[in-house]
Design a protein around this ligand. Structure first.
Ligand code: SAH
Length: 345
């Protein structure tokens, strides 16, 4: 009975119909391998067999926020804080470019140390190479986003984390859900490619809330969606809660692909961290992007959002080799394009 119901929903997707909330909830709850396979078909139909690679530069782990789930939260004394200098960030980005990466992602905690002028200078220097540049540095004002865009930033990642306002407020003290939405709207209106996404498995989160998240991604026409499994970090208020369900996160990736067939969806590091082969599973279920951290071990180790992050002890060469070996059997190859959302460029 349930399986027939799932089949019918998936058939609707095949003939180009969109899905309503009840159907999304059914897929998130009971969609099996068939859901994952249909999502993979949709991905192949729209995006072919290429995987977009991004070079991730986590340039500072200072953060003045106190998000309940994140190991970078201010007040966590158990990590060694670091900040890369302007020259270090540019050198690392140049190294990535020389290795063939076509997108550089600059990510950090919300660190007020870097002025907008300094960030703009860094962006201008990196953009001397023919690369796309993504920022993931948190909430800023419209004018700040505007300056960063004028300096050459192409894309911005800012997860909504959860669209349930009560849950959002609970886990983000002194932050405002409305401001998060304002940021995403500003970024869209300024012409950034906008990435958002959610954490799957936060305590108190229901399947229905995840369905709402996916409908939100569709409503704002996000260009990229990153879905991470929640992993408890011992030095945070959520340290004793359960980790998120990998299979649910995988189904969420697949359903997101069905609703937004042409967007970019990373197979997130969190997916690989909670399940061996998790990245390849995500890439076979609708995801089409991989972000590789290109910094040295010291930085990777201390960008400690959650424990036991995958890839921390591996060299970049090892990570690239492992990625290439793992995607070959599933028929994918690494793209040499910048990997904008299809149709945007
Ligand atoms: N300061 C930036 C970047 C945040 S780090 C910003 O505000 O956008 C990137 C992502 O890591 C966050 O958006 C969050 O979804 C994820 N993250 C944080 N803690 C996590 C945890 N314990 N488990 C899984 N993902 C986590």
């Amino acid at each position: 009975m349930t399986q027939n119901f799932i089949k019918n929903i998936l058939q609707k997707v095949n003939i180009g119909c969109t899905l309503d909330k009840t159907e999304i909830i059914s897929l998130l709850s009971n969609g099996g391998n068939e859901l994952l396979a249909v999502a993979n078909d949709v991905r192949k139909k729209y995006l072919g067999n290429e995987i977009y690679l991004r070079a991730l530069v986590e340039f500072s782990n200072y953060c003045y926020r106190t998000c309940y789930y994140c190991g970078l939260r201010s007040g966590n004394k158990n990590i060694q804080r670091y900040r890369m200098t302007e020259d270090e960030i540019v050198l690392l980005s140049n190294k990535a470019y020389n290795l063939g990466f076509k997108t550089i992602v600059l990510q950090s905690g919300e660190d007020m140390h870097y002025s907008i002028d300094e960030l703009c200078r860094i962006i201008e220097r990196i953009k001397k190479n023919d690369v796309a540049l993504t920022l993931s540095i948190g909430e800023k004002s419209f004018d700040e986003y505007k300056q960063l865009k004028s300096a050459g930033a192409d894309r911005y990642l800012l997860r909504i984390e959860t669209t349930n306002k009560d849950l959002y407020q609970k886990y983000h003290p002194n932050m405002s859900y409305e401001n998060r939405l304002r940021c995403l709207e500003d970024l869209k209106s300024l012409g950034y490619e906008v990435g958002t996404g959610s954490l799957i498995g936060l305590e108190g989160q229901t399947i229905e809330m995840i369905a709402d998240d996916i409908l939100f991604f569709k409503r704002i026409n996000a260009d990229m969606i990153g879905l991470g499994v929640f992993i408890p970090h011992p030095q945070t208020p959520l340290g004793e809660t359960e980790a998120g369900d990998f299979d649910l996160a995988l189904r969420a990736v697949a359903v997101t692909r069905l609703l937004l067939p042409d967007i970019n969806i990373p197979a997130t590091t969190a997916m690989e961290t909670v399940r061996k082969n998790g990245r390849v599973m995500a890439l076979s279920s609708g995801a089409n992007v991989v972000m590789l951290n290109i910094a040295d071990e010291f930085y990777k180790k201390n960008y400690n959002i959650y424990p036991d992050k995958s890839g921390v002890n591996q060299s970049l060469e090892q990570m690239l080799l492992e990625l290439e070996t793992s995607i070959k059997p599933i028929g994918y190859k690494i793209s040499d394009s910048k990997g904008f959302r299809l149709g945007n460029y």
